[in-house]
Design a protein around this ligand. Structure first.
Ligand code: PLP
Length: 495
């Protein structure tokens, strides 16, 4: 499928539309004495009028609708961004989150007047504990990375309470970049566990890594399951035991829970703390820096160190508890992103246990379907059956045609698809990471696979066409480094 080519509008900044004196409003004649800005605001008055756009109502309206149409989003097409779980956000979540009693609730409302909302949060916490197989939950971290930081701070506080300060955090080479970043931010030291040939973490490697450190200096292992190659870590119970025997705790990066909900629980595998990305697994919208939620679930012995406030149930009522002397403190204003909790709660209630388990089955099935469709046209990072995402490599493609992963990603835009994640994980040469999720149909997957295969074929017959893509989008290939390093975020006249 080639991208739709209906009428597309170039849209300049609104400041470049309109004309002096044009207005989108018709107000009645002024029937009170006019007052100047200087009289009204004194020294705070502007020296000259603000340079605001002067546009008619249709101009203003069309401007913003056209801008909205420039946006590629999950509501318009598949979004195969690997590691991000860009699944469809059910609209019933939005309905629930917009209920005035919930959306209008002030975060400083006394607990006694917000019992219903507190109960929803408490129920969500219990659901997440059930899904992860862990004892307690803290909802407030605002994203996966903040969940990681909170979890590692909880682990650090636990060790300190035992009178120890171990510093080393074992992190497999295939970890998400936020794992070593979190470790460094926490003032701890990341120790790399090298990637094995089959893409999994092996107990022998963990044992060797532990033995290389001073006895008693292992703070934790941070491990992602399924890992960033889309593979299920099959040795977890043994690995967790090794870490525990060395005095460390196991942090599970649960951002990929979409592959395992209702199938296996991190707590049952031996993990002590896990974060979950509600904005991935539990369908709260994400992307573009919007509000996320990265709650953590953990074993009971870590409960005294969790962030405040702690939501507790007393009989039939709920309240926030601030009296936690060993708590690491607050990690987020108020109680976290409440609107995200409502959406996730709605989704889990709508799906039920069976539904969540089926969603995971379908997420894995869809990824394996793409794996089987693409493995003859591209190198695959692993011969093992993948879980929820497929990782390709451009090794042979580049050698034989000169076409790289970035070129494939750009050419996909001409076929009407958002590009998958590129060059991650770092351990795969020219990685292209595709996560279809369970919400895509067989037809869409076939269209996507056909687009990928046609790009692989085109790379052989007309590599230049692929290397200079995109050709059908509103703008061509951008200088992405410049866009990131020198962004122009403000309009100034005469630019
Ligand atoms: C495996 C993994 N860990 C951690 C994160 C970080 O989550 P966030 O982007 O919410 O900070 C992500 C993000 O997608 C992820 O895929």
């Amino acid at each position: 499928m080639i991208a739709d080519r209906g009428i597309q509008h170039d849209e300049p900044p609104i400041f470049e539309r309109g004309a002096p004196g044009r207005s989108g409003a018709s107000l009645p004649a002024c029937d009170v004495p006019r007052v100047s800005a200087a009289e009204l605001f004194g020294p705070l008055a502007r020296k000259s009028a603000a340079a605001l756009p002067e546009v008619s109502e249709p101009e203003a309206f069309r401007h913003f609708v056209r801008l909205s149409q420039l946006n590629y989003c999950i509501d318009t097409q598949m979004y195969p961004l690997g590691s991000c779980t860009m699944k469809y956000n059910p609209k019933i979540n939005e309905w629930a989150a917009r209920q005035p009693e919930l959306a209008g609730l002030h975060p400083l409302t006394p607990d006694a007047l917000a019992q219903g909302s507190l109960e929803v949060m408490w129920r969500l916490m219990r659901m997440l504990c059930e899904i992860t197989g862990l004892d307690e939950c803290a909802l407030s971290p605002a994203a996966g990375a903040q969940g990681e930081l909170t979890g590692l701070m909880v682990i650090r506080a636990y060790h300190r309470a035992q009178g120890r300060s171990p510093r080393k955090v074992l992190i497999p080479e295939s970890a998400h970049g936020t794992n070593p970043a979190t470790c460094t931010l926490c003032g701890l030291e990341a120790v790399k566990i090298p990637k094995s040939d089959d893409g999994l973490v092996h107990p022998d490697e963990v044992r060797r890594a532990i033995e290389r450190e001073q006895p008693g200096d292992i703070c934790a292992l941070m491990i992602t399951n399924p890992n960033t190659l889309g593979l299920f870590e099959t040795h977890l119970p043994e690995i967790c035991k090794l870490v525990h025997d060395a005095g460390g705790l196991v942090y599970g990066d649960g951002a990929n829970t979409n592959a395992i909900m209702g199938k296996v629980r991190p707590g049952d595998l031996g993990m002590d703390v896990v974060h979950i990305n509600l904005h991935k697994t539990f369908t709260t919208p994400h992307g573009g820096g919007g509000p996320g939620a990265g709650p953590i679930c953990f074993v009971k012995k870590l409960a005294p160190f969790q962030p405040v406030p702690v939501l507790v149930r007393e009989g039939e009522s709920f309240r926030f508890d601030y009296e936690r002397p060993q708590s690491l403190g607050r990690v987020r204003a108020f109680q976290g992103n409440f609107g995200m909790f409502i959406r996730a709660y709605t989704y889990i209630r709508e799906m039920g246990g069976e539904g969540l388990s089926r969603a995971s089955s379908l997420a894995v099935l869809n990824a394996r379907y793409l794996w089987s469709q693409l493995k003859d046209s591209f190198d695959v990072a692993s011969d093992r059956p993948c879980m929820h995402e497929v990782v390709l490599s451009d090794e042979t493609l580049e050698k034989t045609t000169g076409v790289k992963t970035l070129d494939v990603a750009k050419r996909l835009l001409d076929h009407g698809f958002h590009a998958p994640t590129v060059y991650f994980p770092l351990v795969v040469k020219g990685a292209l990471m595709i996560e279809p999720t369970e919400t895509e149909t067989r037809q869409t997957l076939d269209e996507f696979a056909a687009a990928m295969k046609s790009i692989a074929a085109e790379a052989k017959t007309d590599p230049e066409r692929v290397k200079t893509a995109p050709h059908l989008t509103r703008v061509g290939r951008l200088d992405e480094a410049r866009a990131a390093r020198k962004p122009r975020l403000r309009w100034t006249s005469g630019q």
